[in-house]
Design a protein around this ligand. Sequence first.
Ligand code: MG
Length: 459
Amino acid sequence: MMDRRHFLGRAAGWSGVAGLLLGGAGARGALRAEEPAPARPAGSSAGSLPPLKITKVRAILTAPQNIRLVIVKVETSEPGLYGLGCATFTQRARAVVTAVDQYLAPFLAGKDPDDIEDTWQAMYQSSYWRNGPVLMNALSGVDTALWDIKGKRAGMPVYQLLGGKCRVGAPIYRHASGSTPEEVTESARRYMAEGARFVRVQMGDRGSATYGAGSGAGASRGGGDGRAQASTFDAAAYRRSVPKLFEHLRKELGDEVELLHDVHERLPPIDGIGLAKDVEAYRLFFLEDPFAPEDIGYFRHLRSQCSTPIAMGELFNNPNEWVGLISERLIDFIRCHLSQVGGISVGRKIAALCDFFRVRTAWHGPGDTSPIGHAANLHLDLATWNFGVQEAVIWNDAAREVFPGTPEVKDGLMLANDRPGLGIDLREDLAAKYPIRDDPPFDLNWGRLRGKDGTILRP
Ligand code: MG
């Protein structure tokens, strides 16, 4: 039951918000003065915390690890109180900057940072056309920054706002690769010696640009995480090599280590099904992206034929892509990239949906997610009961200096530092020392992978 004092506080909050909307002459998208403001929920001014407004929103580009990163900074009317979010869409970084600086910044000026869900819905509807990667990354950067602000305001880490810790840290997986089964085995052994219990294994076949296979002879070349550069891919040779790789790994490494593999949507769907069946005996922790998002209708056929655990979702940005796969129990791990789907607000909803269907989370965590994005992944991992595993990056010294508070990895676990908010900062002065390049080696060659006959292939 609402008491009188509380009710008056809420009423004052409503009129304050209405006045803010009516008076926001400088903010494009605000209501015109002659239009009545609709009733809407009160912000935190109804509670014990002082009123707060968004004063500035902007995107910041930096590349301390030679990968273009996009950060959103949301500043508030309280001096020194700001939030940070990851909006990295590395292949189209400047398009995200335009979406943030030219469209969201004026739309958000004067809004209450405490109204995260209301602001999310407003941003989502504000472009009328929705769910594309550029706009979702821009929106996600703001959303995550608002959670950071709320945590700082409450004096709590974000994982506390999400329900509190379910575990001490998030088990991570590392990326082992090589050109032969022996090389991959040695690479996996090195990570296991560092405490990794989960290892993703990728092997290049001579003359074929296999995804994630590192810099070995004949393998795909690329950055540290093995993104393919221009070359050709032999689907049949890859399809034959993967079961042999797993046979070798299980013989050499035993049963304790959890092994993962990413098909990266490169096979014709029927070969994705065949591969999942062929590796069933080797007990993978998961097989990732056996199909492209365009082919998700094949999951039902795969499911009926084998029990290899399936992970999917890094390219998704529309709820229609994940809701059916989860609710029909067609996948085992959801792999969404948080800044592609709507930030922490949507991540927590996806995790909750998955909980009811015993699907586990394994948020996408490559080098083109900033350390701030990895911190957001981590806070969700800690507060999600149905968490599976976290993909992780070991950051270089430059990245750690630009982003103080970057999550640490110890004995195979990613750990939160327990500071309020996301616990991570951005040194803008240092970020400026690592300007982005428009031709970074990391992603120069997306869209150039071809089959042996010259046909363009999916990445
Ligand atoms: Mg992947």
